[in-house]
Design a protein. Structure first.
Length: 213
């Protein structure tokens, strides 16, 4: 990575981590995905159950395979070959997992987490239920404020995730949210975590690389 880009990533990442800590999140900045993966392994209880929020960022870390190898039970509703009722069962089980591992659609400069879901299971687990919530976000997720966070979701995160999920929503043709009304819409629930939810142990790992969508 170019040294000047690295300087900027580090400067902004550390600033946002500090803002998150002021909002009572346990936040750290890691320079690389490899360093972030080690932090995740440190935070997840050994042999505990781990719910996955369907995050491409987490997939890019390569940490799930390491968790499985050391004995963690992975609750992944996106695993291939599952029937719909089994996916729902796993989503519910994630709410009481020992740890819930996910990404974030956007993180604001003043330390807020903004996320949009289709079913709401991911944002529900981020707010209350699991023993520990671990959020990983690359520097590409950092935005100025909530307004810019919602714009990022409409113009970047939602269209790319619709394409990834092979859904027939209009944003896969236009490249931006069209506020569709069909049954396959995935932008139904938006949450803003202004502060750490009172009863949730929440860790945020910012990474000095572009990860996820």
């Amino acid at each position: 990575m170019n040294e000047h880009v690295r300087w900027h990533h580090d400067l902004v990442g550390e600033r946002v981590a500090e803002a998150l800590r002021r909002n009572d999140f346990d936040a750290v900045y890691c320079k690389s995905a490899a360093e972030a993966a080690e932090e995740v392994l440190r935070l997840v209880p050994e042999n505990g159950t781990v719910g996955l929020g369907g995050s491409w960022t987490v997939k890019e870390l390569g940490v799930v395979e390491k968790l499985k190898a050391r004995g963690n039970i992975i609750l992944d509703h996106g695993a291939p070959g599952l029937e719909n009722d089994e996916r729902v069962r796993i989503r519910r089980a994630q709410l009481t997992a020992d740890a819930f591992l996910t990404g974030s659609n956007a993180v604001t400069m003043d330390g807020r987490l903004v996320n949009t879901d289709g079913s709401g299971n991911r944002v529900a687990a981020m707010i209350f239920g699991p023993g520990k919530v671990i959020v990983v976000a690359g520097v590409n997720k950092i935005v100025r404020d909530v307004e810019e966070a919602e714009e990022r979701i409409r113009k970047t995160a939602a269209p790319i995730n619709n394409k990834r999920l092979n859904l027939p929503n209009p944003c896969v043709k236009t490249g931006e949210c069209m506020d569709c009304q069909g049954p396959t819409r995935i932008c139904n629930v938006t949450t803003i975590l202004h502060k750490r939810p009172k009863l949730t142990e929440m860790h945020v790992i910012l990474v000095g690389e572009e990860l996820g969508f």
